[in-house]
Design a protein around this ligand. Sequence first.
Ligand SMILES: Nc1ncnc2c1ncn2[C@H]1C[C@H](O)[C@@H](COP(=O)(O)OP(=O)(O)OP(=O)(O)O)O1
Ligand SMILES: [Mg+2]
Length: 148
Amino acid sequence: MENGGVAFAPKVGVVVFLLKGDKVLLGRRRSHVGYNTFALPGGHLEFGESFEECAATEMKEETGLDIDKIDYLTVTNNVISREAKPLHVVAICMRAVLADPNQMPQNLEPDKCDGWDWYDWNDLPKPLFGPLETMVRRGFNPFSYQSK
Ligand SMILES: Nc1ncnc2c1ncn2[C@H]1C[C@H](O)[C@@H](COP(=O)(O)OP(=O)(O)OP(=O)(O)O)O1
Ligand SMILES: [Mg+2]
């Protein structure tokens, strides 16, 4: 996009499919982008971070959960142009499990999220956040997916 600055530069996001049994952790967004839609925990990659570090840090900041067995799944390219401020995010999609299976998610950033809960992969809530909806529609499955 021609605008002569960094404001519209693509960003790198890291999102985490946190799996527990047949369920995945989702929260309803309060952010302007994707308001009220169900989305994965995650955030923007910071300077010098590995994907695994970013996944663990964002998970801890947003939910208080410690995660384990963090691995890379896939990458998606998301141009979200319908927003007032167009957004281009390259999303690194990671997978993880709970370090302690008894841990409960907390809503540590209530300005960004209404709360976290576990949802059955075969009965996902609606509406899903656009980029996640697209992955689901294309048949992506974080339980069976083998990264290359
Ligand atoms: N499933 C997804 N697929 C693709 N992109 C996603 C997905 N979920 C979120 N994103 C995008 C939206 C954001 O631009 C970016 C980072 O996620 P988001 O949770 O909105 O940021 P954040 O506010 O937690 O980040 P930070 O606090 O690091 O700035 O990733
Ligand atoms: Mg986030």
